[in-house]
Design a protein around this ligand. Structure first.
Ligand code: ADP
Ligand code: MG
Length: 355
């Protein structure tokens, strides 16, 4: 087991800057998720940890050893990708045994390891089959078993569940988490799916446009998004961002927003530079209340079973509200919305950073 340190890692492919100055610490035994939209640089970063790509600048450390120039085979990493890449002509047994044979391990030891890991992954009854005779979920377990058999010090998983159907994905998610807890192997898991990230990660690293946007536990990423990218990427629906001007009066800050004025409780904004800001509030935190802070006009009402979504217009600005389905409103109604101050975020409009 190892800790991993990335120091000022950048990667340039021709004209494309895939990664730009990435610094990150991953603790021994930690389950870290790289989360972000497609093209953000997640896979590139994972391949750099694996040693398959060399960073254009920067260094990679496993514990205190600089492994930047070390080839993948000397890093003891196990990898699983979205495409399972099993050898089609080999049985499940031989697929799992293959990396161990390459290591010239004695036959009896290989046999013991293959059977142990197959049991762990609950595929011990499938050892004689070929990949084509397995379901997608079973194939993915074989790929995981193959990665785990060599007892890697780092497990690298790149969207490993994307090809599975929804229910299987939920089950595999729980199982992977259990497995990782049990083996305590330092794990990096790449996904664009925030629910997957939230449910599994000790630590989430949000990556977009080649840069780390925020690092934190699931509660922190949801509860205190560091910038407007994270605020709108994480959540069932994106956070509402209402453009406002922050002014100061004798007794504190006042947001002048299109169609309403909002007094900012002291303590929410401290060190404000830019006056042009976004008032950020999650749809699930806005309350429908007759005497609310803001008057809004309902555009769409969508009952969705457990919740309902109201799309409403405040002046020219559209906001989304997640509420209870009992709150019956109709298009054209004027409703009051309360914006609880403790749920409010204020972002600098230019930099997108949380103030
Ligand atoms: N081998 C490569 N050659 C050229 N460009 C690449 C290569 N690999 C990735 N890229 C580019 O780098 C950026 C990041 O890609 P990637 O790491 O695959 O993102 P993600 O895994 O987050 O979807 C993208 O713009 C992608 O097109
Ligand atoms: Mg990728």
């Amino acid at each position: 087991m190892v800790s991993i340190k990335l120091e000022n890692v950048s990667k340039i492919f021709g004209q494309v800057r895939a990664l730009d100055g990435v610094n990150l610490d991953i603790a021994d035994g930690e389950f870290v998720v790289f989360l972000g939209p497609s093209g953000g640089g997640k896979s590139t970063l994972l391949l750099i940890v694996a040693g398959i790509y060399k960073p254009t600048t920067g260094h990679v450390y496993f514990d205190s050893e600089d492994v930047t120039d070390l080839p993948p085979k000397d890093r003891n990493v196990g990898m699983v990708f979205q495409s399972y890449a099993l050898y089609p002509h080999m049985t499940v047994y031989d697929n799992i045994a293959f990396p161990l044979k390459l290591k010239k391990m004695p036959r009896s030891e290989i046999d013991r390891k293959v059977r142990d890991v197959a049991k762990l992954m609950r595929i011990d009854h499938l050892l004689d089959r070929r990949p084509s005779q397995l379901s997608g979920g079973q194939q993915q377990r074989v790929a995981l078993a193959r990665a785990l058999a060599k007892e890697p010090s780092v497990l690298l998983l790149d969207e490993p569940l994307s090809n599975l159907d929804a229910l299987l994905r939920i089950n595999m998610r729980a199982e992977l988490k259990r497995l990782q807890r049990e083996l305590k192997v330092t794990t990096i898991y790449v996904t664009h799916d925030q629910v997957e990230a939230m449910s599994m990660a000790d630590k989430i690293v949000v990556i977009n446009e080649g840069r780390i946007q925020q690092v934190g536990g699931p509660d922190e990423i949801y509860g205190r998004p560091a910038n407007t990218f994270v605020a709108t990427f994480i959540g069932t629906l994106p956070m509402n961002l209402i453009p406002c001007t922050l002014t100061w009066e004798a007794d504190g800050g006042v947001l002048l927003c299109p169609g309403f004025k909002y007094r900012v409780p002291s303590g929410i904004v401290s060190n404000v530079k830019g006056d042009e800001v976004y008032l950020g509030i999650r749809p699930e935190h806005i309350e429908v209340a007759g005497d609310g802070d803001v008057k809004a006009r309902v555009v769409v009402f969508e009952p969705l079973g457990k919740d309902a979504v109201i799309t409403a217009q405040i002046d020219e600005h559209i906001v989304k509200v997640i509420t209870k389905p009992e709150v019956r409103v109709s298009p054209g109604d004027t409703i009051g919305l309360r914006l609880p101050p403790e749920k409010l975020f204020i972002y600098d409009k230019d930099t997108g950073q949380l103030l």
